[in-house]
Design a protein around this ligand. Structure first.
Ligand SMILES: Nc1nc2c(c(=O)[nH]1)N[C@H]1C(S)=C(S)[C@@H](COP(=O)(O)O)O[C@H]1N2
Ligand SMILES: [Mo]
Length: 514
């Protein structure tokens, strides 16, 4: 930049430039964070998608679709331009006082936040990129404002020159950092997109299945018996979901075995695929909670693999390790028990596992809680003894054996609702995995327990739907539910917190009859 431009013109434009640079840096940070956390889309993209969801399609014969759900690209470009104009405005406000641009930054962040939270798939993590972007905007602009404030437009002193150089250096550093951050985010995102692509292209020898007639009890408001994958609970400690190429995946079976085995994804698929309905539940689930789901799982039985490896006498556990470093200890007996049919699952409801549910391979052991068994992104099986290991959940105070306790839940009606007097349909789910549910009972207020109707089940490892009708007097009522297992034992009413083993107690709801 020629020296002569300095004194008068540079500062004005410089404030806008500072704002724009800060704006770019914030967008780069939020983009990189989105990719790093393997979230679905950056805040800006989320806003663009949100807006497009509400505009009617506009098309033009020559140009094709101008606006519409397909045109996220142009919408994103437009939005970035608008945001950068706002950022330049914020930069000019910074000339007056340091706090002046803050409302503008917060307004911009607010728009992004609305875009993010209105996305149907948003999770709590989606807030992070917006927040990080907003903090970057504020910090980056202060960083650039500092030397600019020392430039007095009417003077040309040595201090002025130094400050201008200082400003240019800071601006350069920030621009480089922004570009670097963006490239880092893109490369991160590319890995994930590539794995998503590999997942889509897989053609697994698996089938899909819907529940046969008789399983559902005909209450529409009940959550589906076969939990759709997008509604299936997700529980893991990994902040960034691992993205693993099937071709790069392998499982090592070692430890107390005669022959160590390493299986690639193709090796795994060369085994016979077994398929089965199984309910998976989390020990963290509160009574009445939804950390439980039921799916049609496809995979390879673990028992024959362990037999092939030749388990040595004395072993009683398998320490499973995930690609993300998470570990869990699984009772060996549950893995080798042929009735239990523990599997290395590759598909859920007829589709390859999603990345969040453990793509490409996760363990599934019917009747055991997830924290002792259902290792996602599993890469290592060490045959061992419980006395020699301490898996992550056990260190955190969770039980070591993790056998699923009998449970039951009232889903319909919702607790707290007001209903008309007359017959009221009451329905829900019960489970006693591996043991099987023989009956479900509900009680209204202090009345006696009464049996309800059960749906059918394909095996004892799935949950069962139940339904009944009750006549309630006007007023407030409490309804509670309990299960009875096939071996005759009745679900305990003793209230206990989930940690260490699992929550117990009967699920209760309140209804008001008009
Ligand atoms: N790698 C890994 N696998 C994991 C976990 C985890 O934190 N990391 N959580 C476990 C727990 S506690 C549960 S309940 C199940 C949940 O499986 P889902 O997210 O597919 O429903 O995964 C298990 N597998
Ligand atoms: Mo869990």
């Amino acid at each position: 930049m020629p020296e002569s431009m300095g004194t008068v013109t540079m500062p004005r434009g410089a404030w806008s430039a500072a704002g724009a640079l800060a704006g770019v840096a914030g967008l780069a940070v939020s983009h990189a964070m989105t990719m790093g956390l393997t979230l679905r889309s950056s805040p800006v993209v989320a806003v663009a998608e949100g807006v497009l969801r509400h505009v009617p399609e506009v098309s033009d014969d020559r140009l094709g679709t101008i606006i519409g759900p397909e045109s996220t690209g142009p919408a994103v470009v437009l939005l970035v331009i608008v945001l950068l104009l706002c950022a330049m405005w914020a930069g000019r406000r910074a000339e007056r006082a340091w706090w002046q641009p803050i409302p503008i930054w917060l307004g911009m962040a607010g728009i992004c936040l609305v875009g993010v939270v209105t996305n149907p798939e948003a999770t709590a993590l989606d807030f992070l990129p917006v927040t990080a972007g907003a903090v970057t905007w504020i910090v980056a602009l202060s960083f650039l404002s500092e030397p600019l404030h020392r430039i007095e437009p009417e003077e040309d002193t040595p201090v002025h020159g130094r400050s201008r150089r200082n400003f240019l250096i800071r601006g350069g550093v920030l621009a480089l950092a922004g570009v670097g951050t963006f490239i880092f985010g893109e490369s991160f995102g590319k890995v994930r997109r590539h794995v998503e692509q590999s997942r889509r292209l897989l053609n697994l020898p698996v089938t899909d299945r819907l529940p046969r007639e008789g399983i559902t009890v005909g209450v529409e408001e009940l959550p589906p018996w076969r939990t759709p994958v997008p509604e299936f609970f997700i529980e893991h400690t990994a902040v960034a979901t691992p993205a693993i190429e099937p071709l790069e995946w392998s499982l090592r079976i070692h430890g107390m075995v005669e022959n160590e085995i390493v299986l690639t994804y193709q090796d795994l698929l060369d085994h016979k695929i077994v398929e089965r309905w199984t309910t998976l539940s989390c020990a963290k689930n509160d009574v009445g909670g939804d950390l439980i789901g039921n799916a049609w799982w496809s995979g390879v039985l673990i028992a024959p693999l362990l037999k092939e490896a030749g388990v040595l006498a004395g072993a009683d556990a398998v320490l499973q390790t995930s690609h993300d470093g998470w570990t869990c200890g699984t009772p060996l007996e549950a893995l080798t028990d042929r009735n239990r049919r523990a599997m290395l699952a590759v598909a859920m409801n007829g589709e390859p596992l999603t990345l969040d549910h453990g793509f490409p391979v996760r363990t599934l052991v019917p009747g055991l809680y997830g924290h002792v068994s259902a290792c996602k992104w599993v890469v290592d099986f060490e045959v061992t003894r419980f006395v020699d290991i301490e898996a992550q959940p056990t260190q955190e105070g969770w039980s070591e054996q993790g056998e699923v306790l009998m449970g039951s839940r009232i889903d319909v009606p919702e607790s707290g609702v007001e209903v008309e007097s007359g017959r009221l349909v009451v329905a829900g789910y019960a489970w006693a995995q591996h043991l099987g549910v023989s009956g479900v009972e509900i009680a209204v207020d202090a009345d006696a327990w009464q049996r309800v109707d059960l749906g059918e089940v394909p095996n004892t490892d799935t949950w069962v739907q139940w339904r009944t009708e009750v006549d309630l007097e006007p007023g407030d009522h409490v309804l509670r539910v309990r299960g009875v297992a096939l071996d005759g034992h009745v679900q305990t009413g003793v209230r206990r917190d989930p940690k260490p083993e699992a929550g117990t107690g009967w699920h209760e709801i309140e209804v008001t009859v008009r």
